[in-house]
Design a protein around this ligand. Structure first.
Ligand SMILES: [Zn+2]
Length: 323
């Protein structure tokens, strides 16, 4: 039995399936009764299926770069965490089973990927996920030399490690209960995933890991959703920054603030003011850089602001009923 598109069920063959078919074929020749054979094959598959209840599916099974897929597994016990693009991804309870959020990096090569769910007791299950190419625009950026210098600052390595460690935060509880808010009502100047070439930097290429919203200095910035503040501090490149944990590996970041009005560890509610728009760090003018991370990978935050998308992905409201 091959793996069909979309691959929804366990891609396994019952043990001794082929010897059994040969035996049935022999039986059919001897008895001349084809119906007996069909009935026995059916019974074999049904009995095998009843013993193996694990079913996995990925929603959607075709996803663009920079988006998120949800892997749903109906299993009586939690599956072991899976490894996706070098990251360990945990499963959390979901009605009828367990669920894992799979972030698709914006620079992941398009193609068909196989995700293996190690379910602990039985044979691992493979599901396939098709990653489609998103059309990201390209931008050339020339920063003033004093801003470029910030990227090479001696404290930079330490700061990068603080970000890496903080973005790895995966807490058990889902803290969001409604679509994510766009934190300031400003004009979008640069979208997510834009390919950027920096003039005069030692690392000239990167992609834009969030959405830039232009707004005057001092404009209040709201928390996109409820959560707990992981970071509220100043970095050389990112400037005054706030990072909020919304649970199960979903975090939002707010960069280049003028000021932050929350503290690390503080619990915030959706829409609460967390700071004001500024131009701190390596920027050319006042704006908010707003980013959404899933399991440490920056993804396009826009779908998360839409109730229809969250519902289609099973991320609303069923999660609210968990534990
Ligand atoms: Zn930005």
């Amino acid at each position: 039995m091959g793996c069909h598109q979309p691959c929804l069920v366990t891609c396994r063959t019952p043990p001794l399936f082929y010897p059994f078919l040969i035996f049935l074929h022999y039986l059919e020749r001897v008895t001349g009764k084809r119906i007996t054979m069909m009935a026995l094959v059916g019974l074999w598959v049904v009995l095998w299926g009843a013993g193996e209840q694990t079913v996995a599916k990925v929603v959607p099974d075709r996803v663009y770069q920079g988006q998120v897929a949800v892997l749903q597994v109906s299993a009586p016990a939690p599956p072991l965490s899976l490894v996706w693009q070098g990251r360990e991804i945990r499963f959390f309870p979901f009605p009828g089973g367990y669920r894992a959020l799979i972030p698709i990096p914006a620079d992941l090569k398009p193609g068909t990927y196989s995700i293996t769910v190690p379910d602990g007791q039985l044979t691992p299950i493979a599901v396939s996920l098709r990653v489609l190419a998103a059309s990201f625009p390209t931008q050339r950026i020339k920063l003033a030399p004093e801003k470029t210098k910030l990227y090479e600052a001696p404290e930079r390595e330490k700061e990068r490690e603080v970000w890496r460690a903080s973005l790895r935060t995966v807490s058990d509880q889902v803290l969001w209960s409604a679509p994510f808010l766009i934190p300031v009502s400003g004009r979008k100047t640069t979208g997510f995933g834009v390919r950027r070439y920096y003039v005069g930097r030692s690392q000239p290429f990167s992609y834009h890991r969030g959405v830039d919203l232009a707004a005057p200095r001092g404009t209040p910035v709201k928390a996109s959703n409820s959560g707990r503040v992981v970071l509220a501090r100043t970095f050389t490149v990112e400037g005054v920054s706030v990072l909020i944990d919304h649970g199960q590996g979903v975090l939002t970041a707010y960069l280049h603030l003028h000021s932050a009005s929350v503290q690390e560890g503080q619990v915030v509610s959706r829409g609460q003011e967390i700071g004001t728009v500024g131009d701190s760090g390596a920027v050319t003018g006042p704006h908010l850089h707003w980013a959404l991370y899933v399991q440490g990978v920056p993804v396009d935050p826009n779908p998360w602001t839409r109730e229809s998308w969250l519902r289609a992905m099973g991320l609303l409201p069923t999660l609210q009923t968990q534990r």
